[in-house]
Every structure is written in structure tokens, then in C-alpha cells.
Design a protein around this ligand. Structure first.
Ligand SMILES: [Zn+2]
Length: 463
């Protein structure tokens, strides 16, 4: 008999890891890093409750670090099997995993320099070399429903999930006895009519279904990010001062560029110099244009016209540190997009030191700022913040554009589930804070009357 055990993504939106076992074979669906609260992050350091060498294969739904960032650790601990992903996800991992390794190394360095560890020297969870070893195991497959054998007795097929470039729903078919089992993983689901990527593919019929519940108790509302962004940029441009948009280099930066280009073309904002100050952003943009199996109709039609969907009229990219520093000599209204999105590190800090004290300048947040981050402090209206050991006054305009979420809200999840032709035996709601996972479960019971379970950490369920 087959079974599943939940090693992450339960009670939290991070650390997704689901172990499927059948007939002595084991595959892991997603291999995410825990993030956020300390008690969760500590799990990254614990030995896994399974032997990494005993895993036959890993299947990845999408490139976000909370679904992939533990893979180099798994490899460091002895895993040598194949890692199946969509082709675009495989490309994005080449950018994200080495960067994650560098961040782990920097964090260990920081702890050593500041003597924050009782057992010096602090070691990284994994390093850039571990990340590169993990990349060698990646086996890219089309995101179009074609079936691949991932391990003896396990087949998988990937379909567009509409969440970010390359994101997949994954159907795992298990040759279990007495009867085969079809288990569908939603991964992270996008919402309908999101720019750039296609809408989520209809769910294939299945015996068991795991569905994400990030927004299980929330709706996105009607505010359009276009209108908000246009108003803010017009006001900011009138003050003839810099506009800083902190944004994650992979995904959010491309979504912002796409929106700015549209607003320019519709003449809703003036054409301003746009500076993308991130070495990872331009690599990511290339990946975005490479895989047309992921593009929605509008994106595809722009590419067919030989235009660049992620290029504004007057755009420059700073890849090297020198190019980045030269930006400081610019004057007048301009838009600077730089990582990290929550201002926790990276080049955005240098820009923040110059922009925050300028009463004519503007900071625009386009994503979630977690508690305790510099981004949250600025967003919450603190008048003075500490950046690289300096106290910086905050006198600039601070704005927030809603509506950039890449997740379906609960109504969109219900709409997606309506595509199923028959009821699964059990639906599991995962990838949500406890309230959200419970609310999503109840919405599904109310609408369909199905059997829905909110699984617990390390719980095993026989299929
Ligand atoms: Zn995600």
C-alpha cells in the first residue's frame, strides 16, 4: 500500500516536502526551505526523518525557494537521484539555487564575524558548490501533460499552474496494489487572467488531491494594480526625484517591468528612465522569453511582433557593481528596481540610503514585507531606520501597490476545482497558515461536500 507523509508546507507556507512511498520506493515532491519564524528555520538544520540516500527521485512543482531551497542540503546529505522539473523551472533553478548557496555562506560568515555562534565556526546550511551539484541532477520535462517515469512504480506529468514561470501541477501515478493511485499536487496555483503566464490548466482526475491554501481565508479584491501604479508614478514624476521599487529579481521584477511597459504604451505614465539594478534580473528575463509553452496569449503576441514584453522605452540594466555605483550620478525622475524585495539585503540598501531621506523621492512596495524586515519598518511609517550601521531618516513618500500576488485566492481555487469530473477520495489542504488551511478546507466541503483533511506535520496517511 502506498502512503504519503507531510514533512513541510503544513501549518506554514514554507518548507514544502511531501514523501510518497510504495513498494520500497520513495519519491519526494518538493524540497523546500523553511523560512520566517525561528522554530521553523531550525527545522532546516535537523536531520531529515528519512535517509536522503533512500530517496529514488525528487519532483519539483516550481522554482520558489520555499519549494526547492532544501535540495542542495538533501544532496549534501547524500541524495544522488534525478530531480524532475518543468524546463522553465530547471532554468530558474540555475539562477536561484547558487544564489541561495551564496546567501547561506554569507549568513555563516556574518555569524562568525559577529561571534553569534557558541560552536564556532558557523557552517553554512549548504554552499554554492552544493547548489551546483544539485543542478546536475535536474531532468527537465515539458509542462504539457506528457508522462515520465520518475522511479520504479511512479509516473509523473506536469501541467501549467499559472503561478510563476514554469510552475506546474504535478499528477503522480503510483503503481500501488491492490489498485493504482493517482495523486494530484496543485503546487502553488496562480490566479486567472494573471499577466505573462497562462491560466492554471484544468485538474486531471485523481484519487487524492493536495491543494495550496495561502489565501484560503482571503480574497484579492477589485483594486487594479495598473491604476494604483499609474497614479503613484504620475505623482512621483511630478516631484522630479527618484522612485525606488524594491522587488525580488526572479518573478516580481519581470511582473513590474511588464506593467510599466503597458502603462507607457497606453500613455498612462510618462516615459522615464527605468534602471534594473540586479545581476539576476536580466538572466531571469531571458528565461521568461525562452519557454513559449508557458506564455499567455498576450505575451506570445508581443513576442511574435518581435517586441520585448519586459522592456520599457528607456531601460538600462546594471549588472556589475561599477555600473550600479554609476547610477548614483543620475538626476531627476527615474525608476530604480532593485532586490531584495523586503529590503533585507542586496543592492537595494545602497539606493535606500539615498532615496529614503529625500522628501521628493518615492518608495513603492509591490510585495509582502515580513515582520521585522527593513521593508516592513519603512512601510509601517518609522521615521528613522538603521541601514548598514547608519541611522537613516525616512522623509520620502512611501506607497504600496496591491494586487501583485501570484497566488489564487480561495474563490479561484474553488473555480479551479470545478474542473474535476469526479470527487477525489480525500483532498488535503496544505501551504497555508493554520487559519487559512482550515478555511480553505471548509470552503471545499461547503461547495462540493468532499472529504477534506488538514494534515499535520510529519503525519503519514495510507492511500
Ligand atoms: Zn511559490
Amino acid at each position: 500500500m502506498a502512503n504519503i507523509t507531510f514533512y513541510g508546507g503544513v501549518g506554514t507556507v514554507t518548507g514544502s516536502k511531501y514523501l510518497l512511498e510504495n513498494n520500497g520506493r520513495r519519491i519526494l515532491v518538493d524540497c523546500g526551505l523553511f523560512q520566517g519564524l525561528k522554530e521553523l528555520r531550525e527545522r532546516n538544520w535537523q536531520d531529515p526523518p528519512f535517509d536522503p540516500q533512500s530517496i529514488d527521485a525528487v519532483v519539483i512543482t516550481h522554482a520558489h525557494i520555499d519549494h526547492t531551497g532544501w535540495l542542495p542540503r538533501l544532496v549534501k546529505l547524500g541524495f544522488r537521484g534525478p530531480v524532475f522539473t518543468s524546463r522553465a523551472t530547471g532554468d530558474l533553478l540555475k539562477i536561484l539555487l547558487p544564489d541561495s548557496g551564496r546567501l547561506q555562506e554569507e549568513e555563516a560568515d556574518y555569524r562568525n564575524r559577529h561571534d553569534l555562534t557558541r560552536h564556532a565556526p558557523a557552517l553554512p546550511l549548504y554552499d554554492e558548490d552544493d547548489a551546483r551539484r544539485a543542478l546536475e541532477l535536474v531532468r527537465p520535462v515539458p509542462n504539457d501533460g506528457s508522462v515520465v517515469e520518475v522511479a520504479e512504480g511512479f509516473k509523473a506529468s506536469f501541467r501549467v499552474a499559472g503561478h510563476i514561470m514554469g510552475a506546474s501541477l504535478v499528477l503522480v501515478e503510483i503503481a500501488a496494489s491492490p489498485a493504482p493511485v493517482r495523486f494530484l499536487f496543485s503546487g502553488d496555483l496562480g490566479h486567472y487572467d494573471q499577466p505573462i503566464v497562462k491560466d492554471p490548466a484544468a485538474p486531471p482526475d485523481c484519487d487524492y488531491l493536495m491543494v495550496e491554501s495561502t489565501y484560503g481565508n482571503r480574497l484579492h479584491g477589485e483594486v487594479s494594480s495598473e491604476d494604483q501604479m499609474a497614479r503613484i508614478i504620475n505623482e512621483a514624476a511630478g516631484r522630479n526625484a527618484p522612485i525606488l521599487i524594491p522587488a525580488f529579481a526572479v518573478g516580481r521584477t519581470q511582473e513590474v517591468l511588464y506593467l510599466l511597459r503597458e502603462l507607457e504604451e497606453d500613455r498612462k505614465i510618462p516615459i522615464l528612465p527605468v534602471i534594473v539594478d540586479s545581476p539576476m534580473a536580466s538572466q531571469t528575463t531571458q528565461v521568461y522569453n525562452r519557454w513559449n509553452e508557458e506564455h499567455d496569449e498576450e505575451y506570445a503576441s508581443i513576442l511574435r511582433k518581435k517586441q520585448h514584453p519586459l522592456r520599457t522605452h528607456s531601460m538600462m540594466t546594471a549588472s556589475t557593481r561599477d555600473e550600479s555605483k554609476r547610477l548614483n550620478n543620475m538626476h531627476g525622475a527615474r525608476i530604480i528596481i532593485s532586490a531584495s524585495g523586503m529590503m533585507t539585503g542586496g543592492r537595494v540598501l545602497h539606493h535606500a540610503m539615498r532615496v529614503l531621506p529625500n522628501e521628493n523621492a518615492t518608495v513603492i512596495f509591490v510585495g509582502y514585507n515580513a515582520a521585522g524586515t527593513l521593508g516592513r519598518r519603512v512601510q509601517d511609517g518609522e521615521r528613522e531606520v538603521r541601514i548598514m550601521k547608519n541611522w537613516i531618516p525616512v522623509r520620502c513618500h512611501v506607497e504600496k501597490v496591491e494586487g501583485f500576488s501570484a497566488h489564487a485566492d480561495w474563490q479561484a481555487v474553488i473555480r479551479w476545482l470545478e474542473g474535476l469530473h469526479s470527487a477525489p477520495k480525500t483532498v488535503f489542504t496544505t501551504h497555508g497558515e493554520p487559519d487559512a488551511a482550515a478555511a480553505m478546507a471548509q470552503h471545499i466541503r461547503d461547495r462540493f461536500g468532499w472529504n477534506v483533511v488538514v494534515p499535520a506535520y510529519e503525519q503519514t496517511v495510507t492511500l
